[in-house]
Design a protein around this ligand. Structure first.
Ligand code: SF4
Length: 338
């Protein structure tokens, strides 16, 4: 019997609380910001898992916890089977070269006082005499990718890597990331709020709301049959000029609550169009709806049929244009490879 390969990344019950203190002379802790709460997922070799949700939902914090750029409050992060949540500094440094990050803002993440040669030369000792400000946004992001790749990693956390770039450049960078994944068998944790980019690049999608995972499934299932009301709302918000589709948009009430004082029970109950009394008191667990498809909602089996959005041939407007740009980049890549 063949052995099941160990996932590149296994995250189990990850928690991050930030203490909140008040007072000038006598500072005292008055509470906790519950940024990440009991998050679990895994990523296989060569796989892209997209982590999506509104800003402030904890997805970037999760990315930094995975790389141990900050210490978790609780939970386990295993990289190729090795626990990293408790590694000492020396062992962590040795492991870090296998786990890299690409940041959202390629300008802010490159040291403006170092030449690009110096940035890349940290691991490679290459020569290049220009500074980051002498490059365009797309070029700077390519430098960020080169820096991440320079140490031959297995896992790259891509934290909104294209959201600061022009649409045309976004397609090129996404195309480059996919090319590199094929060449080197890279695994990506792709943090994004842009569902067009996610639809193009991901294999599976995990949806976060206020620090918790609410749904996880393969990309096709999430886009065709979202079961959690929050996922349905996110997908229904993709711009569609077709009036019959627009009337079916799920409108969320109010703002994202503060993770300092999250709602009891289901964290989504203050905005959920299907909330019932039980939702305010009892927290739903992630339950399996189908193999590989897990949902944290008490009532997902009995909710109204989900809105089908962005299915093949149905996407219109800017979303469709974006998808077309990504497809064109993919075609170029395929032709170049022939
Ligand atoms: Fe909505 Fe209740 Fe399901 Fe939460 S558990 S998503 S509030 S129906």
């Amino acid at each position: 019997m063949s052995e099941v390969p160990v996932p590149v990344l296994q995250v189990d019950g990850l928690v991050k609380h930030f203490p909140v203190s008040r007072g000038i002379i006598l500072r005292r802790q008055v509470g906790l910001v519950r940024a990440v709460e009991d998050v679990s997922f895994e990523i296989a070799r060569g796989e892209t898992l997209a982590l999506v949700g509104e800003s402030g939902c904890g997805k970037s914090t999760t990315g930094r916890l995975v790389l141990r750029l900050m210490d978790p409050t609780a939970g386990s992060v295993r990289f190729k089977g090795e626990e990293i949540a408790t590694l000492d500094k020396g062992a962590l440094r040795r492991l870090r070269r296998h786990m890299q990050i690409i940041f959202q803002d390629p300008y802010a993440s490159l040291n403006p006082r170092m030449t690009v040669g110096e940035i890349l030369a940290e691991p490679l000792q290459v020569h290049a005499r220009r500074y980051p400000h002498q490059f365009s946004g797309g070029q700077r992001q390519r430098i960020g990718i080169a820096r991440a790749l320079a140490v031959n990693p297995d896992l790259i956390v891509c934290d909104e890597p294209v959201s600061a770039l022009d649409v045309s450049i976004q397609a090129q960078i996404v195309n480059l990331l996919q090319n590199l994944q094929q060449c080197f068998g890279l695994s990506y944790l792709f943090i994004a709020h842009d569902l067009a980019v996610v639809k193009h690049i991901s294999d599976r999608v995990a949806v976060m709301y206020l620090g918790k995972l609410v749904e996880i499934a393969d990309k096709k299932t999430i886009y065709a049959r979202p079961l959690h009301p929050y996922t349905q709302a996110l997908l229904s918000a993709i711009p569609k000029p077709d009036p019959s589709l627009r009337t079916r948009r799920v409108m969320l009430q109010g703002e994202l609550p503060s993770p300092f004082n999250p709602p009891t029970g289901c964290r989504f109950h203050t905005r959920c169009p299907h909330a019932e009394a039980r939702c305010a008191t009892e927290e739903p667990k992630l339950r399996e709806a189908a193999p590989g498809h897990r949902v944290a909602c008490h009532f997902f089996e009995t909710l109204p049929a989900p809105i089908i959005v962005a299915r093949a041939g149905a996407a219109k407007g800017k979303f469709a244009e974006r998808l077309a740009a990504f497809e064109a980049a993919k075609q170029t890549r395929t032709s170049a490879g022939q």
